[in-house]
Ligand binder design. Structure first.
Ligand code: ITT
Length: 188
């Protein structure tokens, strides 16, 4: 099976190609754009993008909205993760967390738009913590300051296989593949 991926982030495209090829799904970059709405949840953002792209005539695609949630900051940056990365970046997050509980989680909500299988979303989560300094050069975004639960290494210090095995996006990909299989079997 082949699915288009709508994203402006080449790292995400690589993570999807790598993770989903192991699950028998081919990923093709779909060059389309949607205006990300400001909403309270990742899922609302994803569903609004799917509606826009569906109205523009696109089908058989997926996209994700992801974010870093820090309970000691009441869930911030959460749905504001892209803006916070652009403005204060990893260094700003480290400053904000001085003296606070460093537990955090990444969430990734993937939405699929398909005429045959229907539209649906799945959400993957990766619990972990914000480390004390930036470490590693792999990945993107907050990867240099996030270590998943039970690990000393940050996502930026891991290879793509290791990140996908533990990450919010890797877990969402596994749920996506299972849901696609369930829907395809239901159709047969
Ligand atoms: P899209 O075009 O796919 O939306 P994006 O980079 O804007 O690409 P998101 O809106 O989903 O992606 O992500 C919001 C921010 O959260 C993004 O700017 C990253 O800095 C960060 N982020 C998302 N996934 C991440 C990951 O796997 N590792 C580290 N940071 C991540």
């Amino acid at each position: 099976m082949k699915l288009g991926l709508v994203t402006s982030n080449r790292h995400k495209l690589e993570e999807y190609r790598h993770g989903l090829s192991l699950l028998g799904i081919e990923v093709e970059h779909l060059d389309a754009d949607c205006d990300e709405i400001q909403a309270d949840t990742l899922q609302e953002v994803v569903l609004a993008c799917i509606r826009q792209l569906r109205e523009a005539g696109h089908r058989n695609f997926m996209l994700d909205d992801s974010g870093l949630f820090v309970p000691s900051l009441n869930g911030f940056p959460g749905v504001y993760s892209a803006y916070v990365m652009q403005t204060i970046g990893c260094q700003g997050m480290l400053r904000l967390l001085e003296g606070l509980d460093r537990r955090a989680r990444f969430e990734c909500c993937i939405g699929v738009c398909s005429d045959e299988l229907g539209d649906f979303t799945v959400t993957g989560m990766a619990p972990g913590r914000i480390v004390h300094e930036e470490r590693g050069s792999g990945g993107f975004g907050y990867d240099p300051i996030f270590a998943p639960e039970g690990q000393e290494l940050t996502f930026a210090e891991m290879g793509m296989t290791e990140k996908n095995e533990r990450s919010h996006r890797g877990k969402a990909m596994a749920l996506l593949a299972a849901e696609l299989r369930r829907r395809m079997e239901g159709r047969a």
